[in-house]
Design a protein around this ligand. Structure first.
Ligand SMILES: Cc1ncc(COP(=O)(O)O)c(C=O)c1O
Length: 377
C-alpha cells in the first residue's frame, strides 16, 4: 500500500555539498587529498548518498566512527578506502579484514588482536596509527608510542598505512595549543620513521585545522563539518564561504485564529498579546527540533521570518503568522536552511542552544525523511 508521508522533510542539497568540498580543496596543498568524514550518518545528512556524491566528485578516502557505519557504506556498494576512527573493539577483527576496512590503531592491545586475525587469514591489514598529540582523548602518548613501535615492527599481519592525530583547539586562532600539537605530532612521526616504519598517509587537520593551520607533511585532510556548511568555529567565519546543505522544512497542518489572551502549548508559556493567526507544523523535539527553541525559534514562510510561539512539543510546533498575508494550510515553512533569500543557519541554532552546529545536524531525527537534490537522473 502506498501512502503520502507526513509533510516534514530535510532537503539535502548535494550541489551545496560539492561547493563546500571545493572550499575544502582550496585549502589543500598540491600533494594533499580530502579524506571526507561521513561518520554519524554524515552528520545527519545521510552517509550513503553523501559518500556516493563525494565519491563521484573524486573523493577516494572516507572516515566513519564505527564498524557498523563502515558496513552500511560497504553494503551500499561503496568500495572507497574506509577508515574507522573509533578503532576495533574485541570481536570485530574478522569484519575489518573481510570488508577491507582500515582501523585507527589506538592501543597495543587492539594491534595484537588485529594482527592475530590477519596472520590467521594470511592477510595484511592496513592500519592508521593514531597518536595523542594533545587532544587528551585516544591514541598513543609519546611514551606509549616508544614502547609500542618495536612490538609493532614484529606484527607481520599489520601494515602502517597511516599516521594521524587530532587537533583540540584548531578553531581558536590565537590559541597556542595547535602549534604545540603540531610539534608533538612531527616529533612522534619522526620516532615512527626512526623505526623504519614509513606510513604513506599522514593526517592531522579537521575542518578548522585545514582552513587555518598548514600541515606541510600531511597527505590527507579530514574535514567533516565544513562539507556540510557548518562553521568549524566563529574565528573562521571570514575564511569560509560555505553553503548550508540541510534544509529542514514542514508544511502548515492547521491555521488557527486565536483571540487575544489565548495560552499556547504546554505550560502556557506564551499568551497571545492580541488576536493572532497561528500556524501548526507537524514536527517537534522527537524530530530534533530542540525544545530549548520554545518561544525562540524562527521559520521562513512566503518570504517572511516568523516567530515560534509557545513550547516545542514532541510532534508539533506553532508559529505566529499574523503578519503573513495569505498564509495557507499546506504552505512550506523552512525551519533550518535557506528559503526566499532568508537563512536560518545551523550555527544560529547552535548559538541559541549553547551548542555547536555539529549537534544540531546530528540530532535531526530518523523520523525526518531526507530528500536529495538535485534528483539523480
Ligand atoms: C578524528 C576526527 N577527525 C576529523 C573529524 C572532523 O572534524 P570536523 O567536523 O571538525 O571537520 C572528527 C570529528 O569530530 C574527528 O573525530
Amino acid at each position: 500500500m502506498t501512502y503520502a508521508a507526513r509533510p516534514t522533510w530535510a532537503e539535502i542539497d548535494l550541489d551545496a555539498l560539492i561547493h563546500n568540498l571545493e572550499q575544502a580543496k582550496f585549502f589543500c596543498s598540491e600533494h594533499q587529498r580530502i579524506l571526507a568524514v561521513v561518520k554519524a550518518d554524515a552528520y545527519g545528512h545521510g552517509a550513503v548518498p553523501v559518500a556516493r556524491k563525494l565519491h563521484s566528485s573524486g573523493v577516494r578516502d572516507f572516515a566513519v566512527a564505527t564498524l557498523e557505519e563502515a558496513l552500511e557504506l560497504r553494503s551500499a556498494g561503496i568500495s572507497a578506502r574506509l577508515l574507522v576512527l573509533g578503532g576495533c573493539f574485541p570481536g570485530q577483527e574478522q569484519a575489518f579484514i573481510a570488508h577491507d576496512l582500515m582501523p585507527t590503531l589506538l592501543d597495543g592491545e587492539s594491534a595484537q588482536r588485529l594482527n592475530a586475525e590477519a596472520v590467521c587469514q594470511q592477510k595484511k591489514l592496513k592500519v592508521h596509527i593514531k597518536v595523542d598529540s594533545g587532544m587528551g582523548r585516544v591514541g598513543f602518548l609519546p611514551d606509549q608510542l616508544k614502547a609500542f613501535l618495536p612490538q609493532f615492527r614484529a606484527l607481520e599481519g599489520l601494515e602502517a598505512e597511516g599516521f594521524m592525530s587530532h587537533l583540540a583547539c584548531a578553531d581558536e586562532l590565537s590559541c597556542g595549543v595547535t602549534a604545540d600539537q603540531q610539534r608533538r605530532f612531527y616529533a612522534m612521526l619522526e620516532m615512527v620513521r626512526s623505526y623504519g616504519i614509513i606510513p604513506r598517509e599522514i593526517h592531522l587537520n579537521n575542518s578548522a585545522g585545514l582552513s587555518a593551520w598548514q600541515c606541510p607533511e600531511c597527505t590527507l585532510a579530514r574535514p567533516g563539518i565544513m562539507l556540510y556548511g557548518g562553521l568549524p568555529g566563529p574565528d573562521l567565519a571570514d575564511r569560509l564561504q560555505l553553503k548550508p546543505v540541510m534544509h529542514l522544512r514542514s508544511c502548515i497542518a492547521q491555521l488557527r485564529r486565536l483571540p487575544s489572551g489565548s495560552g499556547i502549548s504546554y505550560g502556557h508559556s506564551f499568551h497571545a498579546p492580541q488576536d493572532m493567526t497561528v500556524a501548526v507544523l507537524p514536527l517537534g523535539y522527537a524530530d530534533g527540533y530542540n525544545r530549548l527553541l520554545s518561544n525562540r525559534g524562527m521559520g521562513i514562510l512566503r518570504g517572511h521570518k516568523i516567530p515560534l510561539v509557545g513550547r516545542v512539543c514532541m510532534d508539533w510546533i506553532m508559529f505566529d503568522v499574523s503578519q503573513v498575508p495569505n498564509a495557507a494550510v499546506g504552505d512550506p515553512v523552512t525551519l533550518l536552511g535557506t528559503a526566499d533569500g532568508h537563512a536560518i543557519l545551523g550555527d544560529e541554532w547552535a548559538e541559541q542552544l549553547g551548542t555547536i552546529s555539529y549537534e544540531v545536524f546530528c540530532r535531526i531525527g530518523s523520523r525526518v525523511p531526507r530528500r536529495y537534490l538535485p534528483k539523480e537522473p
